[in-house]
Design a protein around this ligand. Structure first.
Ligand SMILES: C[S@@+](CC[C@H](N)C(=O)[O-])C[C@H]1O[C@@H](n2cnc3c(N)ncnc32)[C@H](O)[C@@H]1O
Length: 241
């Protein structure tokens, strides 16, 4: 977790094992089903791999994907910097692929070669430069998937209310975040691939985003609260073609 979380965000505490987070995982899968058709084979399995930042609870995504029968063998890659956690998961789920270390140091590893869906829920604050830098690096994966499978999906899950705790407007930060994501993920001059920031965050969403009680979907963004009284998170679902 980044040092800015101290005193500003509650995301260091485990807010990931609850109904809201589980529904968010389910809607992630639904977005891939409904919006990235070319990633699926005719038997209803993903042709590409799914990469997940694990933490303590990423296994809930794995269990969901296994329950729904959408993974091919080796089609899930779990990543975490905590080597002991990864070794435990490797023993528990030997058919899956595991990376112990920083995702950004492993972009060219063979485990990630087939990945077309990335759940990047590191819980950075919305709109930080370091998050955008990370997303820029993840283009190694998304670009390859678009070329190979005709699409790529990236979920960027970030802490929205950490912005408010700093005395800044959530809507302004989220708008900047959406604009930067759209700009970062689509290569300049690539006319085939269009992604408008307003596809992610529609115009007029400001009042909802700034309302501390608002939870729900605005465009390609799901705003949810991981636990009662906890921070609202903004999960941007980006579909690239
Ligand atoms: C919020 S948790 C993941 C939650 C999980 N996906 C779920 O559905 O419950 C994020 C985890 O990813 C790890 N992490 C964050 N950035 C990472 C990176 N660049 N490479 C590897 N692990 C990272 C964090 O240390 C943490 O354990």
């Amino acid at each position: 977790m980044s040092p800015v979380s101290i005193g500003i965000s509650d995301r260091a505490h485990d807010a990931f094992d609850n109904l809201a987070k589980q529904e968010c995982r389910e809607r992630n899968l639904l977005a891939v089903v409904q919006q990235a058709h070319s990633l699926w084979d005719e038997d209803g399995r993903l042709r590409c791999g799914w990469a997940e930042l694990m933490g303590e609870t990423g296994v809930k995504t794995l269990e969901l994907l296994e329950r729904e029968g959408v993974l091919s063998t080796g089609g899930f890659v779990g990543i975490d910097r905590d080597a002991a956690r990864v070794e435990r998961l490797r023993v528990e789920h030997p058919l899956r692929s595991w990376i112990a270390g920083d995702l950004l140091d492993s972009l060219r590893s063979p485990e990630l070669e087939n990945v077309g869906v990335i759940n990047f829920d590191a819980y950075d604050m919305v709109g930080t430069a370091s998050l955008m830098m990370t997303v820029r690096l993840l283009k190694t994966i998304t670009r390859r998937s678009v070329e190979r499978f005709g699409a790529a999906v990236i979920f960027v899950n970030a802490d929205l209310d950490a912005v408010r705790r700093r005395g800044l407007a959530c809507s302004h930060a989220l708008r900047t975040h959406a604009e930067q994501l759209a700009r970062t993920l689509v290569d300049d001059g690539d006319r085939r691939r269009r992604l408008a920031a307003t596809d992610l965050l529609p115009e007029g969403a400001e009042a909802s985003v700034d309302d501390p009680a608002f939870l729900g979907q605005v465009g390609g963004v799901e705003i949810y609260r991981g636990k009662p009284g906890g921070h609202r998170m903004a999960n941007l679902r980006v579909i690239l073609r």
